[in-house]
Design a protein. Structure first.
Lengths: 265, 92
């Protein structure tokens, strides 16, 4: 088996990389794929908390590359989803404890066993970013509809290109349809036109994300949430399925009622 | 009703969305130019090669720059010509 290594990156901090990686990972696992999530944000680990796995960590990414444990010992199996594993970041080590070619070797080893390897990248464009993208074949860029975030996304596209990672795909996170309609937030078309890259998904700003993060359960497991549906759509698009984008208008009471009764498929 | 009216007003260029788009467009025009100084060097070498097929040029006097004004960028090249060639030189 030769799995796909996909890095989730953004440049700007706090736009939703970790949330995105966790939910796409869980979404793909729900589709029956074997998925490994790598937390490459060394020193600021988060992915374990978002997934509710923080109490199970024994070894971490740095232990694996340093050879202090075997890969298998560091992988944590998700408690709800079959096929989903986490390789946590070290919390107390320096970012330069890992080097790009060590990341490459690690990703190649994981490729043998997993169909998807998703790498949660730290914010910024320094060492941590370079490590996180080193082993990747594809990149997902997360942005929010704000000038600073889109500007940083543009910078990242350039840096990915320089690292020979071509054709990254974009996720626009925290869209607020009402504000877009009122002319107070940039819309998807605006952002896509400016960045000139392909759109992978649109995730609404959604309180369900906060609730699910509090619980340590990815929102994609909640079939009634809009954000959950958005992530599930993204997972299916990665699988090559042609899923229409969530319509911004589709938030009237009819749509909400339909979701409440039927859930999303 | 208020929302309805606002939608009309916001067709204007001063909705915050339009302002954001315009600011973003400008900032990226400048960012993208600044990203790669080595790109201009590479362009210079390629330009020299192509132009030398048609004319003899003063290679040391060759200048290639990006001129930035407030809302546009232009590629400006100053290439001193020593002599025109009579035929296109295919060997280069
Ligand atoms: N679509 C959304 N709706 C509501 N809240 C969101 C959404 N996406 C992310 N958030 C919240 O925004 C915060 C930042 O998200 P997250 O940690 O995923 O960002 P990040 O890009 O990984 O940050 P960092 O750069 O620090 O690693 C979190 O509190 C998360 O719950
Ligand atoms: Mg993060």
């Amino acid at each position: 088996m030769a799995g796909r290594v996909i890095v989730v990156t953004s440049g700007k901090g706090g736009v939703g990389k970790t949330t995105t990686a966790a939910n796409i990972g869980a979404g793909l696992a729900l589709l029956g794929r074997k998925v490994c999530l790598i937390d490459a944000d060394i020193g600021l680990r988060n992915l374990d908390v978002v997934l509710g796995l923080e109490n199970r960590i024994v070894y971490d990414l740095t232990d694996v590359v340093e050879g202090s444990c075997r890969l298998r010992q560091a992988l944590i199996k998700d408690k709800r989803t079959e096929n989903l594993y986490l390789l946590p970041a070290a919390q107390t080590k320096e970012k330069d404890a890992v080097a790009p070619d060590q990341m490459r070797t690690l990703c190649d080893e994981l490729r043998e066993e997993f169909e998807y390897i998703l790498v949660d990248c730290p914010a910024g464009i320094e060492r941590g970013f370079k490590n996180a993208i080193a082993g990747a074949d594809e990149a997902i860029i997360v942005t929010t509809p704000e000038v600073a975030a889109v500007r940083d996304a543009d910078r990242i596209i350039g840096l990915l290109e320089a690292a020979e990672l071509y054709e990254p795909r974009l996720i626009v996170n925290r869209i607020r349809p009402q504000m877009v309609r009122k002319g107070d937030m940039m819309g998807i078309e605006d952002i896509i036109e400016i960045l000139a890259i392909d759109l992978l998904g649109v995730v609404p700003d959604d309180e369900d994300i906060i609730v699910s993060t509090n619980r340590g359960e990815p929102v994609v497991m909640d079939r009634r949430s809009r954000a959950g549906q958005a992530y599930s759509n993204i997972a299916r698009r990665l699988e090559g399925i042609d899923v229409p984008f969530l319509s911004l208008e589709d938030d009237g009471w009819v749509a909400r009622l339909k979701r409440a009764i039927l859930g999303h498929s | 009703m208020i929302d309805f009216l606002r939608q009309f007003w916001n067709r204007d260029t001063d909705s915050s969305k339009q302002i954001a788009k315009e600011r973003l467009r400008l900032v990226l025009v400048h960012d993208r130019v600044n990203v790669s100084p080595s790109l201009l060097e590479a362009l210079k070498v390629d330009l020299m090669e192509v132009i030398s097929k048609y004319m003899e040029i003063e290679e040391t006097g060759l200048e290639v720059n990006l001129d930035k004004s407030d809302n546009s960028v232009a590629l400006v090249a100053n290439i001193p010509v020593k002599r025109m060639k009579r035929a296109v030189d295919q060997s280069r």
